[in-house]
Design a protein around this ligand. Sequence first.
Ligand code: GLP
Length: 243
Amino acid sequence: MKVIVANTYEEGAKKAADVIEKLVREKPDCTLGLATGSSPVGMYQELARRCKEEGLDFSKVHSVNLDEYVGLEPTHPQSYRFFMDDNLFNHINIDKANTYVAKGTGDVEENLKEFNAVLDQTDIDLQVLGVGPDGHLGFNEPGKFLYEKAHKETLEDSTIDANTRFFASRDEVPRYAVTMGMGSIMKAKTLLMIINGNKQEAAKRLLMEDTIDPQCPATFMRLHRDAIVVIEKKLADEIGYKG
Ligand code: GLP
């Protein structure tokens, strides 16, 4: 695993954007696996700036997102479709027809069938990842085992707590989500994780220990051939990571 320690959130956002820029310039028709959450927002802002000011061209790029809440319409401000439009797609020259975020409403089984069909037909060049405080990737929550394919997950209490900040109250946070499975994530050619904030436990398990543990899905990053972790120095210091 390549680990980049960034002095600040902004520096991390730029370093992560550099990785994506390199790919998009080398392979203009690449497929990006994208993630939501506060961790990648700065990188998305930086990519939007580079698109506007430096001609970084997303016109041929395709994308597929990691996950979506069950029960939220795409027009709901906390749905991940809305998040992606608002934080990235509306600010770059990507063709929205080439972007896929799984459906959160309607028949869950049908939505999963469609999600898995999309993933079966897609080779993801680079998958962006955040990490939940409990070590989840996408919405692959810790458990005795993990799933290979896209599936429905029941969100852990700690995930609901962590995501309450985006909703008017805890009761409004959806209890279920559909997510790419670990198989789809691990098949991406490159993994790019951005980790900052209150993620000491997950960061420690990922960077300071040697076990691969379904109770901390983030540890599976270590099995990947081309995994990049961008971590904020404050967090690296907190867990005693020296590089
Ligand atoms: C949600 C998403 C994850 C994301 C996590 C961390 O649970 N499903 O994909 O990694 O939030 O979010 P943040 O970056 O806001 O800490």
